[in-house]
Structures are given as C-alpha cells and as structure tokens.
Design a protein around this ligand. Structure first.
Ligand SMILES: NC(=O)c1ccc[n+]([C@@H]2O[C@H](COP(=O)([O-])OP(=O)(O)OC[C@H]3O[C@@H](n4cnc5c(N)ncnc54)[C@H](OP(=O)(O)O)[C@@H]3O)[C@@H](O)[C@H]2O)c1
Length: 308
C-alpha cells in the first residue's frame, strides 16, 4: 500500500510517499481501506516533533481522522466487510492514518452516515469529538447559555457554533472580517472581529468559552466569564488558568477516541445538525501543500486528503 512517512520530524520536506506492507490486525481491530483523511493542527505540530511525536512508532506515519470501507473484520466484529465507516483512530496515540489501509480499533469507528461524503466524514471526528467532549459532556451547555467561541471559523470552531446553536445557546464567535458571513450562516448571534475589537471589553456574562486560540486569548477569556462558568482553552496550556481565577472551571481537556461519543458525532452528521465545511480537498501527493495551509492557521473549516 501507499503511505506517507516522515524521514524525521521537521518541515514538509521530510514527507516521503512510500510503498509498505498493509498493517496486521490486532485484537479488536478492523482493516479500513481509506477513502479520505482529515487533517488537524495536531498533525503539523506532531510533524514538527511536538504534540504526539513521542507516541509515534517507526516508520512515522501521521494522521488520526479517516473515512473508508471495511476491508477485513473478525467474525465477532460489529462491522462487516464493505461497511462504510469513519472515526478518529487511537487518539491520543498512534493513528497511522496517512495510508491506503489503516488498522483501527472498531470502538474508534462509527458507520458513516449515508447523507455525507467520505470527505465530510473524514473531516469531522477529531474536531467534532473535541466540541462534544468539552462543551457538551463537560460543561453541559444548555438552552439560553451565552457561549463564546474563539477561532469560530476553524475546524473546531465552526462545528462548535452549530452544536451550541442546536442546544439553543446564544453564540458569540471570533474571527477576522473575511469570515463574518460564514459565521453568521452557521448561526452565530454576535460576530466579533478580533482584528478590530478587544473582545474582553465588549463581551460579558459568558457561561462557556471554547477557545481555539490559546495564550493571551485564554487569559483574557477568564475576564468575560460569569462566576461558575467554564473555559475550555484547547491548545496546549501556557499557564495554570485556575491560579488566575478560581471561581470558574478551566480544565484542559485532550480529545480522546471514544465509541459512544463517536456515535453522537455520527448522529449530529446524520441529522444535519452539523455540516462540515471543507476548504480544500488534496490528494496524497499534495500532503506537503496541505500541511502548509494547515500551518497557516487561516483555514476556514477543514482540509481533507482524498485517496482514489
Ligand atoms: N485539546 C484538544 O484535544 C484539541 C482538540 C482539537 C484542537 N486543538 C487545538 O485547538 C486549536 C484550534 O484547532 P482548529 O482545528 O480549530 O484550528 P484551525 O482550523 O487551524 O483554526 C484556523 C482558524 O483560526 C482562526 N484564528 C486564528 N487566529 C485567531 C485569533 N487570534 N482569534 C480568532 N480566530 C483566530 C482563523 O480565522 P481567521 O482566518 O478569520 O483569522 C482560522 O479560521 C489548535 O491549536 C489545535 O491543535 C486541541
């Protein structure tokens, strides 16, 4: 099979498209013939030797989000050969997803909803699971909550807006001016152009913040939260936020593969509660170009690599 490996951690010139053996299955795994790979910022951070780098095994193969067709499954599996599936494979850990075939624990996969493409399915898992595990499962958002989403146009943010709206929340979201119409189409009630406005002086009484930017933005977000509110700043934490304000909850959560949560994500997509926006679809040979865009941190929605 074809796979993209890294000669060493570093820049995109370390990518190498190679022929390698189809992976063997361990207990509880199925073999997926990959149709599409979803890219996430953790992919480029790991490529650079950060994030999940220590978890990869040689030959280093990046990637966690996939969609595809079950090629091999043990008889006791919940899937059968030919099933169309998608999921986030072994996160945090070694997903080995930049390949034509992936050995995936069946508990990390769900059936692909029929109403969405393989590209849309591959784009969803890590970002949608992040939203689900932070603001739905942990913060338990509810109707009428004031929810502030930083990086509303990003992979995580644009899904967070849709899920928060589905709960009846009042959604405020930040992005640059070019993304105003996009965020409003997704249901944003108050658009904040972070290049023109200091959100921390304009916004108050927030119940839940989902921050996809981190750093200063996380610290400033503490100021706009109600007592008892939640701050989920999802990039790696720079500081202990609870030391700055202890009358709010500010846990750092790392998304993880989870069977029940993946079923919830599949439901959101099947119902049309969440529609994933894909900025661009690349092919395997264009992985370096796709990573350049990913690293720009200016992507609207998601980037996907399709395999013919
Ligand atoms: N803890 C976890 O488990 C977890 C899970 C998922 C993601 N993450 C992390 O969360 C971060 C966001 O992930 P993502 O996939 O959403 O990233 P992404 O898709 O790369 O985000 C890109 C978006 O960020 C926006 N942006 C950049 N700077 C901004 C700022 N200062 N204020 C507001 N918006 C800004 C851009 O909008 P404009 O073009 O309009 O500027 C762009 O649309 C990444 O660091 C990722 O690694 C962590």
């Amino acid at each position: 099979m074809k796979a993209i490996t890294l000669k060493a951690f570093g820049d995109i010139d370390q990518f190498e498209l190679i022929e390698t053996a189809v992976p063997e299955l361990a207990s509880g795994e199925v073999l997926v013939k990959v149709k599409a790979i979803g890219l996430n910022p953790v992919d480029y951070k790991t490529r650079q030797g950060k994030a999940m780098a220590k978890k990869l095994k040689q030959p280093y193969i990046l990637g966690w989000d996939i969609s595809g067709v079950v090629e091999k499954a043990p008889t006791e599996s919940k899937f059968k050969v030919g099933d169309e599936v998608f999921g986030m494979v072994n996160f945090p850990g070694c997903g080995n997803a930049y390949a034509e075939y992936v050995a995936a624990p069946e508990s990390h996969l769900a059936l692909k909803p029929q109403n969405i493409s393989f590209e849309e399915a591959a784009a969803a898992p890590l970002a949608a699971l992040t939203v689900y595990q932070t603001i739905v499962k942990y913060a338990k958002i509810k109707e009428g909550d004031r929810v502030l989403i930083h990086a509303g146009a990003g992979g995580v943010g644009h899904i967070a807006i849709q899920i928060a709206k589905s709960f009846g929340a009042y959604v405020l979201a930040t992005a640059s001016a070019k993304n105003k119409a996009f965020l409003e189409q997704l249901g944003t009630d108050e658009f904040i152009d972070y290049t023109a406005v200091n959100f921390e002086t304009e916004v108050k009484d927030i119940d839940v913040v989902l921050d996809g930017v981190g750093g200063d933005v996380a610290e400033k977000s503490l100021k706009v939260l109600k007592k008892g509110g939640f701050l989920h700043s999802i990039p790696s934490p720079a500081k202990d936020l609870s030391a700055i304000r202890n009358d709010v909850e500010s846990p750092w959560i790392l998304v993880e593969s989870n069977e029940e949560d993946m079923e919830e994500v599949a439901k959101y997509l099947a119902e049309g509660t969440v529609k994933v926006h894909i900025q661009q679809v690349y092919n395997l040979e264009q992985m370096g170009e796709a990573h350049k865009q990913l690293e720009s941190r200016r992507t609207r929605g998601k980037l996907v690599v399709a395999i013919d």
